[in-house]
Design a protein around this ligand. Sequence first.
Ligand SMILES: Cc1ncc(COP(=O)(O)O)c(C=O)c1O
Length: 395
Amino acid sequence: MVKLKYDFDEVIERKNTNSEKWDGVSHLFQKPDLLPLWVADMDFRSPQPIIDAIIQRAEHGIYGYSLTPPEYYEATISWYKRRHGWTLDKQWFFYTPGVIPAINFTLQAFSEPRDKIILQNPAYPPFFFAVKNNVRRKLLNPLILNNGRYTMDFDDLEKRVKDPLVKILILCNPHNPSGRVWTKEELTHVGEICLENNILVLADEIHCDLIYPDHKHMPFASISDEFAQNSITCTSISKTFNLPGLKLSNIFVPNPKLRVKFNNLIQGTGVKEPNCFASSALIAAYNECEDWLDELMIYMKDNLEFLKTFMKENLPKVKITEPEGTYLVWLDFRELIPDSKELTRILFDVAKVALFEGFLFGKGGKGFERLNLACPRSILEEALNKIANAVKTEL
Ligand SMILES: Cc1ncc(COP(=O)(O)O)c(C=O)c1O
């Protein structure tokens, strides 16, 4: 095992910090003492340069309306060039207080009530809420599961896009919950279908930096200028450096006509500049924390291997959808516990472990659970032991 410079094994108390994951869990699920491996944030401290940048900004003591300095753009542009081979233009940038707000804004700007939005299920639950809350209609293009690996169903997509009410496809790349890092071929195929049928691609690339060895994230818009002109890409420092509480996302809109429309919509919402702490954090993150991220992914890979070995030895009937990116693992419990209510009972009431329940990801999710690997190995081991013991006593 490689010796790491950063200590991801350190267990840091997160209770009583207003943490949604740790303090919100019992309230949300109405059950006490749950060990939380559900929502997608990490139990690791963010890298020190980010903490220092926030403290330095905080010490000034005046938190007025803030500008985005040139370093904000330079740091982001350089990151995307270095890490993903994508050349961004400063004019493309919008900031929103999260990717989900940006998805809602995109639906509002580029579709009308009752229009249809394509989702590739199982899909991240807030995509469904965004469609419903904006009085749009979802059109499912289910992913195909074959031997523990999901692929896109292009034949089905070809049929769906013929509906003239379809306006937007939400592309999740890397995909939550399956962990697929879509290949250039897959993205090209989906991009061409959307182009031919005049459907905007809303690329949620929030997990783009969390990629395992042997896989490469391909930003959808970087594939061709035509794709760039027909897409909106949502990104963030939040998953990469564990900063979702800072509420900052960068949204890239290369097409000038789409930019005008998006800008008009955003102006109307009052969302303007990023909060002052988040922009200081972004500059430190993209300029100084690359080595931390590289080590994080080594630790994640080791956690994944630990999980695989544990499952093989203790719960061989649980099938693992091996992630190519993200720190999330999509586990198929259907063979072990076919009744999904019984699955919930065993996990939440007996094991007292909170995972993200598969049925919330729409059709095809029932009987699955999403587990968050981004915790010290001792917590992962504790959770897995609790699950294995509960299965032993209950089945
Ligand atoms: C695919 C995906 N999009 C968006 C989000 C949430 O984005 P934000 O917190 O920036 O609104 C998540 C969080 O888990 C996610 O997995």
